[in-house]
Ligand binder design. Structure first.
Ligand code: F6P
Length: 202
């Protein structure tokens, strides 16, 4: 792969409520972001589009896939569980302020060492790494020498994917800013890697 387009799903009902995890659909704004993404890529060829198995990821990818079809290309979309968002275990579906008031020990422990903290019955960034690495390997293998692939991931997933390409201290990785109206374009050649953050709305 030469071009990796790393996108986060558009705004969801859970994002608006400040809830984590789950499988919420996109809001009106999220659907508008997805449509803007589709328009942005409407005359670019993306032969492989990888999503997670969550509906917010599939909904975000849909207009991009439709755009490929309109150009006469049959892009391959694959949903990989490896790209599903971090499993927050006992905190799934909660708001951060609820976690802070009802499970302060979890909130504090995570704030102290976000990278290494593992949610009870869930995951942490440190344990997510192996799963995301596996997903990335799979995606790169399946797409062979395609010139471009897109991954429509999630906040924690995209941080982990970016950490492959960016030099960041591990403790900084859980704080990388992952917007919903911009994507990371990563160009890899044997000699160099280039990054750009591209806005696709407005
Ligand atoms: O809030 C959206 C979300 O994708 C949650 O589902 C997930 O738990 C969270 O982001 C991960 O981000 P952080 O590690 O900053 O809590």
């Amino acid at each position: 792969v030469r071009n990796l387009y790393l996108v986060r799903h558009g705004e969801t009902v859970y994002n608006v409520e400040g809830r984590i995890g789950g499988d919420a659909p996109l809001t009106e704004k999220g659907l508008a972001q997805a449509n803007a993404l589709g328009r942005h890529f409407s005359n670019m060829v993306i032969p492989y589009i990888f999503t997670s198995t969550r509906q917010r990821s599939a909904q975000t990818a849909a207009p991009v896939l439709a755009g490929q079809e309109r150009q006469g290309f049959a892009a391959t979309r694959m949903a990989l569980t490896e790209f599903d968002e971090i499993n927050a275990g006992v905190c799934e579906g909660m708001r951060y302020d609820e976690i802070r008031s009802r499970m302060p020990e979890i909130f504090d422990a995570r704030a102290r060492d976000k990278y290494n903290y593992v949610y009870p019955r869930g995951e942490g960034y440190s344990t997510l790494k192996a799963r995301v690495d596996r997903g990335l390997k799979k995606a790169l293998f399946l797409s062979g020498n395609a010139p471009a692939i897109m991954i429509v991931g999630h906040q924690a997933i995209n941080r982990m994917i970016l950490s492959h390409f960016l030099f960041r201290r591990t403790e900084d990785v859980p704080y990388i800013y992952i917007p919903q109206d911009q994507y990371f374009h990563i160009v890899s050649t044997q000699k160099k890697k280039l990054f750009e953050l591209v806005r696709f709305t407005g």
